[in-house]
Design a protein around this ligand. Sequence first.
Ligand SMILES: C[S@@+](CC[C@H](N)C(=O)[O-])C[C@H]1O[C@@H](n2cnc3c(N)ncnc32)[C@H](O)[C@@H]1O
Ligand code: SF4
Length: 353
Amino acid sequence: MSLAGMLKSVHQLNKIRLRPVLLGNIGKAYFRRHVLRKPCLRICEFSITPECQSKCEFCYASKFHRPGDSLLTLEQIESIWRQAKELGAFSSCLLGGEPLLHPQFMDIIALLEPKKHIITFTTNAIDLTESIVKEVKRLGVFLINISVNSLDPEINNRLRGYEGHLDKVMQAIELCKRHNMDVFLPIATAKSYWEETIKIVNFADENGCGVTINLLCTMGRAESWRKDMFDAEFWEELRKLYMSHPNIRSDYDVNLSMRIGCPSGHEKIHIAPFGDVTGCSMQAASFGDARREPLADIVARMRSFRHYAKHAGHCLVAVDDEYIRNYMDFAMRYSSIPYRIEDNPQYAGDAGR
Ligand SMILES: C[S@@+](CC[C@H](N)C(=O)[O-])C[C@H]1O[C@@H](n2cnc3c(N)ncnc32)[C@H](O)[C@@H]1O
Ligand code: SF4
């Protein structure tokens, strides 16, 4: 990639320009990566709760529950975020479950300091109120991700497992626009729903929204959806769609390295609700518990893992057959994920570079 990709990665330049500290943080990351030639984190996502009001048929996070364990405290989130920043991160996204259901959602947003970093959250829109939009905006958030799967209410609401979900999405888009908040529409898509996805892309074009396309990963409730997954050939088709729609952005095409591909471990990490560190929210294997071990040590382990070290030029969990067979299918035996990567016998051969 691509100057275009780089611009996508720091998209919303008009807003970033007004924030010298954020601009400085982004500049430092590019300097570290390209001048010092050191690895540099870009984003540390947090799935802050496994709780949700919906029962999406395909939800990868349905197995994030872990009875008997406690969610990360604010102090733990703050400590992990400080360590991620030391590794270069300037961006975070709150996920879940449904992040708005976390009783300290707003405190978490505040501790991530959205005026100095790019902080967003991904929501099903069900509980998004005007006072939440105003408050996150006051704290410095300028973009909200609102998930949708189809513009047909029957298809969307069935897939999302929530009656009236599409109405909530439309109201939320309108609410965000009224408060000059940018909107991205994340679409979890599978072969059977590709036409629905294209319709949403066109709707987003017409309504000034961005789009994030998440190709189906077979985790959680989608474990048995293997036949509906895309393949490596489709990846090329998807790239063409990205090139023809500047408003489509996914995390694999906004890398600091300026290369398209899986950022797991190198530029991106995800913290699951109970402290497990994974390469992204759709990765089933954990490389360590951030409550018990320094983040830098866990990230170093991730960077020596063969599949992350080789810088796959595509999305590992969505189209890489070998990776899916060895590391995603293994998760099926667990009722709670992420699982510890060292429990997977395949890892012994893939651990080091
Ligand atoms: C797990 S949800 C958490 C945030 C929030 N509850 C929501 O739905 O927006 C994060 C995103 O992942 C998408 N997603 C869920 N399961 C998926 C799967 N199996 N494959 C790809 N994307 C998926 C959702 O549609 C949503 O956009
Ligand atoms: S995708 Fe989001 S809204 Fe749907 S069940 Fe999962 S966490 Fe809940």
